[in-house]
Write a protein that binds this ligand. Structure first.
Ligand SMILES: [Zn+2]
Ligand SMILES: [Zn+2]
Ligand SMILES: [Zn+2]
Length: 146
């Protein structure tokens, strides 16, 4: 696995961009982290990068396939794409936004491959996000909805 800074630098270069200081700070704020919201990201880079610049950088990173949005209900969180860390998925709480990463079993992977094969596809990747209520929110939400 290549150095992440090297990888992001290459992705930017290929499209004629360079790794400016604000871009590097945004990238480092996302590195080795679980998904965070735009506001959390803005808070994390602090005064070094202004809000508009964080938004622009994420838009650019997204177009390069360097970051991905994790949709949780109508909100989303951001994390670096699979290029930068091990393949995994998330289960998210619809109520409080808690995000927990997980890796699927081999059996589940075989199942996906066989579904794709039946549909005459050669599977190259998949995206799965699970959504539900975390243990705390199950407690607080259940009475109100029953
Ligand atoms: Zn993740
Ligand atoms: Zn997977
Ligand atoms: Zn929750």
């Amino acid at each position: 696995v290549h150095d992440p800074i090297y990888l992001i630098n290459q992705s930017l270069k290929q499209r004629g961009y360079s790794l400016t200081k604000p871009r590097k700070l945004v990238f480092l704020a996302l590195l080795n982290q679980e998904p965070i919201t735009m506001n959390e990201l803005i808070a994390r880079v602090g005064e070094n990068v202004n809000r508009a610049s964080v938004y622009r950088t994420i838009k650019l990173f997204e177009s390069l396939g360097a970051t991905q949005k994790i949709q949780i209900g109508w909100k989303y969180k951001i994390e670096l794409s699979n290029k930068f860390h091990k393949h995994h998925h998330h289960i998210s709480c619809l109520n409080c936004g808690l995000v927990v990463p997980f890796q699927e079993t081999k059996n589940f992977n075989h199942e996906l491959t066989s579904i794709a094969n039946k549909l005459n596809f050669k599977l190259t990747n998949h995206q799965i996000e699970l959504i539900g209520l975390c243990i705390n929110c199950q407690k607080t939400r259940t009475p109100a909805h029953s």
